[in-house]
Ligand binder design. Structure first.
Ligand code: NAD
Ligand code: UGA
Length: 469
C-alpha cells in the first residue's frame, strides 16, 4: 500500500517542542499547512506577536524560521477543533509532567493532557487521521490512546505513531535542521500501519537523509526516548560524582573528562561537570522510567536509574553547602549574587534549574540573593522560588531580588555564584566587579566557565566544580 502525501498537519501543544518543530516542518515543507493549537490563549497570542522578540520561547534561530513561515503555511491559534477536523496528521505535543497527586505521585508521568487530546480528537474527527505522539510518554501509551480513539464508534480510522523529539533547548533549531536521527515507531505488520509510517518518513525526508530516519515498532520508539534521556543524564551524574572525588584528591575533573572522553568508546560529549542538570525532562523522564520498572517488579533496575537523580540532588546540595561553609559557615544577611537562572545557556526555560534549588537552600540560611539572568523574566524567577513552597511569597520578595544589570547585581556582594553558562559572563570586566565587591571576594563557578587563574590573579577566591584552584 502506498502512502498519501500529507497536506494538512495539526499540532496540539504550542510549547518548547510544538512551536519549534512545527516551524521547521512548515519551513521545509511549504506545501503543507501546519496549524499549531493550544488551550493557552496568552501563549498563542505571543506566538502571533508582530514583534518577534515577544515569542513565548527564546531559541537561537527561531525568530528567523517564524518570520519565514508564519501566516504563509504556519498558523498559531486556539481553534483546536477546527484544526483537528482539517488535519490528516495530528501531532500531540502537550506537556507530560511528573504527577503531583494520587497514584504514582512524584514519579509517574501525568498523562491527563495527552488523554484530553485523544478524547478531543475522538469527539471532533470526521475523517481518518494519523496520530503522532510527539510528547515523551511511558512505554505502551499508544495502546491507551488507541483504545480511547477506537471506542467512540464514529467509524473514523486512526493510525498511531510514536515520533519522540530529541531536540535540546538552546540548540533546538539546529537540532531540528540536522537531527542525528528521527525515530518513527508504528505498526509494520499491516499495510495501513506501514503507510502511516511512510507518510511521516516522507515529511522528514524533505530535509534529512533517509538513513537517519529509523522505523521501529511502537514500544521500542516510546522506550528509546526515555532511555536516551536516562543515558544522557547518567553521564552528567557520573562525571559530577567524579567531580566530588576530584575536589577531595586534587585531581582535575576537566583533565579526567578529557582523558576518558578521548576514548572513542566513551566519547567526549555530556562530560561537563556542573552544579547539576536541570530542565523539564531529565528528572521527569528518569522518575517515570523508575516508576515503570517498579510497577513491573524490576526493583534493581529501578534502583539503578534512581541513583542518577540522587547524585544530581547531591551535587546541587553540595554546591550550595560549599558556599555556606566557605563564607565562614553562615550566609545570614550576606549578599550572594547569582549569575544565571536558566537551566542552561541560550534558553529562557527555568524548569528544574539548579539555580532554584541552590537559591532555596541559601535563603533558608537567610542569605540575600540578587539574581541576574540575560533572558529570564523577573516574574518567572519569583514564580520558581514561590513554587518551592519553602517560605511565604512576601519572605521571598524580602530576600531575593532580580536585577537587570550584572554590575549592579554584584555591587557590595560577598560572593558571586555562576549557575548558568551564559557566554556573556566570560566577557565581563571582572576587575570592576572585584573592586566593588566585599572582601574577600568569593566566586563559585558552578559551570567552570571563567578563567580561574585570571580571576585569582585579580584577587578573587575562586571555587570551581571538580577542581582545587
Ligand atoms: P510545554 O509545557 O512547553 O508545552 C506544552 C503545551 O501544551 C502548553 O502550551 C499547554 O498549554 C499545551 N496543552 C496542554 N494540554 C493541552 C490540551 N489538552 N489542548 C491543547 N493544548 C494543551 O512543554 P514542552 O517542553 O513543549 O514539552 C512537551 C512534550 O515534549 C513533553 O512530553 C516533553 O517531555 C517532551 N519533550 C520536551 C523537550 C524540551 O526540550 N522541552 C524535548 C523533547 C521532548
Ligand atoms: C535534553 C536532551 O539533550 C534532549 O535530547 C532531549 O530531547 C530533551 O532533554 C528532552 O527530552 O527534553 P535539554 O534538557 O534541553 O535536552 O538540554 P541538555 O543539553 O540535555 O542539558 C540538560 C541539563 O544537563 C542542563 O542543565 C545542562 O546544563 C546539563 N548538562 C548537560 C551538564 O551539566 N553537563 C553536560 O555535559 C551536559
Amino acid at each position: 500500500m502506498t502512502f498519501k502525501p500529507i497536506k494538512n498537519i495539526c499540532c496540539i501543544g504550542a510549547g518548547y517542542v510544538g512551536g519549534p518543530t512545527m516551524a521547521v516542518i512548515a519551513q521545509k515543507c511549504p506545501d503543507i499547512k501546519v496549524n499549531v493549537v493550544d488551550v493557552n490563549a496568552q501563549r498563542i497570542a505571543s506566538w502571533n506577536d508582530e514583534n518577534l522578540d515577544n515569542l513565548p520561547i527564546y531559541e537561537p534561530g527561531l525568530k528567523e524560521v517564524i518570520s519565514e513561515t508564519r501566516g504563509k503555511n504556519l498558523f498559531f491559534s486556539t481553534e483546536i477543533e477546527k484544526a483537528i477536523e482539517e488535519a490528516e496528521m495530528i501531532f500531540i505535543s502537550v506537556n507530560t509532567p511528573t504527577k503531583t497527586y494520587g497514584k504514582g505521585k512524584g514519579m509517574a508521568a501525568d498523562l491527563k493532557y495527552v488523554e484530553l487530546c485523544a478524547r478531543k480528537i475522538a469527539e471532533v474527527a470526521k475523517s481518518d487521521k494519523i496520530i503522532v505522539e510527539k510528547s515523551t510518554l511511558p512505554v505502551r501509551t499508544a495502546q491507551a490512546i488507541k483504545s480511547i480513539l477506537d471506542n467512540v464508534g464514529t467509524g473514523v480510522k486512526y493510525h498511531i505513531l510514536s515520533n519522540p523529539e530529541f531536540l535540546a533547548e538552546g540548540t533546538a533549531i539546529n537540532d531540528l535542521h540536522n537531527s542525528d536521527r528521527v525515530l518513527i515507531g508504528g505498526d509494520h505488520t499491516t499495510p495501513e500501519g506501514q503507510a502511516a509510517m511512510d507518510a511521516l518518513t516522507h515529511i522528514y525526508e524533505r530535509w534529512l537523509p533517509s538513513e537517519r530516519i529509523l522505523q521501529t515498532n511502537l514500544w521500542s520508539s516510546e522506550l528509546s526516548k526515555l532511555t536516551a534521556n536516562a543515558f544522557l543524564a547518567q553521564r552528567v551524574s557520573s562525571i559530577n560524582s567524579i567531580s566530588a572525588l576530584c575536589e577531595a584528591t586534587g585531581a582535575n575533573v576537566e583533565e579526567v573528562a578529557q582523558a576518558i572522553g578521548s576514548d572513542s568508546r566513551i566519547g567526549d560529549k555530556f562530560l561537563k561537570a556542573s552544579v547539576g542538570f536541570g530542565g523539564s525532562c531529565f528528572q521527569k523522564d528518569i522518575l517515570n522510567l523508575v516508576y515503570i520498572c517498579r510497577s513491573l517488579n524490576l526493583k534493581e533496575v529501578a534502583d539503578y536509574w534512581e541513583q542518577v537523580i540522587i547524585m544530581n540532588d547531591y551535587q546541587k546540595y553540595r554546591f550550595a553547602d560549599n558556599i555556606i561553609s566557605t563564607l565562614y559557615n553562615t550566609v545570614t544577611d550576606k549578599k550572594i549574587t547569582f549569575f544565571g537562572w536558566a537551566f542552561k545557556k541560550d534558553t529562557n526555560d527555568t524548569r528544574e534549574s539548579a539555580a532554584i534549588y541552590v537559591a532555596d537552600y541559601l535563603l533558608e540560611d537567610r542569605a540575600n540573593i540578587f539574581v541576574y539572568d540575560p533572558k529570564v523574566k523577573t516574574e518567572q524567577i519569583y514564580m520558581d522560588i514561590d513554587n518551592m513552597n519553602t517560605r511565604s511569597e512576601q519572605e521571598n520578595r524580602n530576600s531575593l531580588f532580580v536585577i537587570n544589570d550584572p554590575y549592579k547585581a554584584s555591587k557590595d556582594a560577598h560572593a558571586i555564584a555562576i549557575l548558568t553558562e551564559w557566554d556573556e559572563f566570560k566577557t565581563y570586566d571582572w576587575q570592576i566587579i572585584y573592586d566593588q565587591m566585599k572582601k574577600p571576594a568569593f566566586i563559585f563557578d558552578g559551570r567552570n566557565i571563567i578563567d580561574s587563574k585570571k580571576l585569582a590573579d585579580i584577587g578573587f577566591k575562586v571555587y570551581q566544580i571538580g577542581k582545587t584552584v
